[in-house]
Design a protein around this ligand. Structure first.
Ligand code: TRP
Length: 371
């Protein structure tokens, strides 16, 4: 099955990558390029786990950042697990509102973009008790100071809408390690903000194996697969995000899309050019149109020339609507059949439970806790 990406290549890939920043991004990029080659030659050696928090509909930032990549991997023949991370919603808020509705919306988005439940497993981690149980031994393998210095958690605490920081906020990266390791995934497609969590997952896998493995590896040390897609900005020029009301969702109508793009921030220069450093808003719109058209942003800019922001917005609206039309049509079709959505989820949950039960049995045997 997913017997290991050769771990020894890690050091080599990292060494070739040159200087590394604080998150180890450049090493992860070099490693990702090497992994892409391995995926092409031998997709069967990989099992991917990735997922999302069910807090609302997915948008174009998600789509070009990660969703698109999942379907690509699935089509290459990689086994795919997608977790709908329901417990993670409670990290930065007291109540998870409309959870069932958000979970169903995610399933709809996944089906619409082409995640195939016959080949891939969509599940909610809340429905997989053995996965959650892994959190206890995993917590014993990390120190409080390691949890304290996770930069992604620090950032989330800074933006949290809670008055007090919950224990789950500090420990959810350990739970995320359980999301990944319960199915022994060896590949995790992520954005840069998730790299600290992946590093922690690798640490937990290594420590578990060292402490309990008696010479054999119970868990693989999963690799990050960094997306090569550049970051899309929201219509206000800041990061595209559900909570900032600046995102074009996959499910938006043609008219909603037109309205959102029309309201997008641009600048006063009439000549349209691609220059992310000095013209971030115009460049992000060009990038969006380019991603939809399968061309370069420079080509899209050259087409528009000096026709100004209104012409740019027209191109963006048309490109997005055309690109999303089949996805939206499938989404609407699946949306008619709630019973099917629930069946997809309950079958996925059942599959995930079987995998988690087997892993927990191994963990208990390794820890000598089979009573
Ligand atoms: N933390 C991820 C996010 O905020 C969601 C997630 C939960 C995840 N479990 C995961 C991602 C496991 C990758 C692997 O988007």
């Amino acid at each position: 099955m997913n017997t290991a990406v050769p771990q020894t290549e890690d050091a080599g890939a990292a060494a070739c990558a040159g200087p590394t920043d604080a998150l180890g991004t450049s090493a992860a990029q070099a490693r990702s390029a090497a992994l892409e080659e391995l995926i092409r030659t031998d997709p069967g050696r990989f099992r991917v786990l990735t997922g999302d928090r069910p807090t609302g509909r997915l948008h174009l930032g998600h789509f070009f950042g990660t969703l698109h990549n999942r379907v690509r991997l699935q089509e290459l023949g990689v086994e795919l697990f997608v977790v709908i991370a329901d417990y993670q919603v409670l990290t930065d808020r007291d109540v998870a509102d409309n959870l069932l509705q958000h979970v169903e919306e995610l399933v709809l988005d996944y089906l619409a973009i082409g995640v195939d439940p016959a080949r891939s497993t969509i599940f909610t981690h809340g429905a997989v008790p053995a996965l959650n149980q892994l959190m206890l031994p995993f917590l014993s393998l990390v120190s409080v100071s390691e949890l304290n210095r996770n930069p992604t958690v620090k950032d989330e605490i800074a933006h949290s809408r809670q008055s007090a920081v919950s224990g789950l906020m500090f420990t959810y990266p350990v739970h995320q390690a359980a999301d990944i390791l319960f199915c022994k995934a060896n590949l995790v497609p992520v954005g840069q903000d998730q790299l600290p969590h992946l590093e922690l997952t690798r640490t937990i896998a290594r420590r578990f194996n060292d402490r309990y493995g008696a010479g054999s590896a119970v868990f693989p040390q999963p690799d990050a697969l960094l997306s090569s897609a550049p970051l899309l900005l929201g219509t206000d020029g800041t990061k595209m995000s559900k909570s900032r009301n600046n995102a074009i969702t996959l499910a938006a109508t043609v008219d909603e899309t037109a309205r959102l793009v029309k309201g997008a921030k641009t600048d006063s220069e009439r000549h349209i050019s691609y220059d992310p450093a000095t013209r971030p808003e115009v460049s992000s719109l060009l990038l969006l149109a380019a991603l939809c058209q399968g061309r370069s942003p420079e080509q899209v800019a050259a087409d528009i020339g000096s026709a100004g922001a209104a012409a740019l917005k027209k191109v963006v609206t048309e490109s997005v609507n055309e690109y999303l039309a089949p996805i939206r049509a499938r989404r609407a079709e699946y949306g008619q059949d709630r019973a099917h959505l629930r069946a997809v989820l309950s079958e996925g949950n059942e599959r995930a439970r079987a995998v988690a039960d087997a892993t927990l049995a191994e963990v208990r045997a390794a820890m000598n806790t089979c009573y």
